[in-house]
Design a protein around this ligand. Structure first.
Ligand code: NDP
Length: 256
């Protein structure tokens, strides 16, 4: 049914070569969307594009370091030309982290995390707005984190960027509703990706994560992608301004 299809929709997914972003690119393509993605590593992007082409997915891509404002502007110019000035879906996925005690962060650490996780996300929202208006409808999905909801060992700068994203989600939902643009965020707990595999490889750390997770395991990228795609479907047309956790129950787990 049309309510469960993205046929004809256009999408930009940031950071689509690995992890959660990659799973979202593939799920959007499966649902019929045309997708543009980006990453910094050119050869990894080329290899991914080749693989998607062999699966008959409509995916294009360009190299972009989102922490650079100029490169984000160039990326949007590319998206504008690939999709003829129209964009329906923005998945703000790319993000990074450096874990340290608060007093040990340098000014460089601070600006690297802020520029990648927050400045670029905000800037992309500004840049996609005219393209979404032009296309008649839009859905923005932010990949936030449970670290933006409760205090975890993620590092306080990362947590601040994700907390800010959760609030931007709500602001844009109200400000852009009149333009038929919805805005939602997904807050995952540990998902098996290259961002956190070095942490999860440590058995003690892994066990401490599992011990707090009612479903007794970490998540898979596909388990985040399914919600991201759902939030873009016509079937989700009355859902906006929400921050939804994909966390195996972690954030509702009280004392036992
Ligand atoms: P990965 O590190 O596995 O993948 C990140 C992707 O983003 C890669 O494609 C990477 O490619 C790209 N990327 C990173 N930095 C930039 C940049 N500056 N410019 C352009 N592309 C970039 O991360 P995850 O899939 O784990 O994370 C995705 C999102 O999910 C992040 O926002 C993260 O905070 C969030 N998240 C992840 C959790 C987890 O447990 N994995 C839990 C909660 C939230 P390249 O390096 O080549 O640029």
């Amino acid at each position: 049914a049309a309510r469960w299809s993205l046929k004809g929709a256009t999408a930009l997914v940031t950071g689509g070569t690995r992890g959660i972003g990659r799973a979202i690119v593939e799920e959007l393509a499966e649902f019929g969307a045309s997708v543009h993605t980006c990453s910094r590593n050119e050869s990894e992007l080329a290899a991914s594009l080749k693989e998607w082409e062999s699966k008959d997915f409509a995916v294009t891509g360009s190299v972009c370091d989102l922490s650079s404002r100029d490169q984000s502007t160039d990326l949007m110019a590319k998206v504008c030309s690939v999709f003829d000035g129209k964009l329906n879906i923005l998945i703000n996925n790319a993000g990074t982290n450096i874990r340290k005690p608060t007093v040990e962060y340098s000014a460089e650490d601070y600006s690297k995390i802020m520029s990648t996780n927050l400045d670029s996300v905000y800037h992309l929202c500004q840049l996609v707005h005219p393209l979404m208006k032009e296309s008649g409808w839009g859905s923005i999905v932010f990949i936030s984190s449970v670290g933006g909801l409760v205090s975890l060992g993620t590092g306080s700068i990362y947590a601040a960027t994700k907390g800010a994203i959760n609030q931007i989600t709500k602001s844009l939902a109200c400000e852009w509703a009149k333009d038929n643009i919805r805005s939602n965020a997904i807050a995952p707990w540990y998902i098996k990706t290259s961002l956190v595999e070095h942490l999860l490889d440590n058995k003690e750390f892994h066990d401490s994560v599992i011990a707090r997770t009612p479903l007794q395991r970490v998540g898979e990228p596909e388990e985040v992608a399914s919600l991201a795609v759902y939030l873009c479907l016509p079937a989700a047309s009355y859902i906006t301004g929400q921050v939804i956790s994909v966390d195996g129950g972690m954030t509702v787990n009280g004392f036992s």
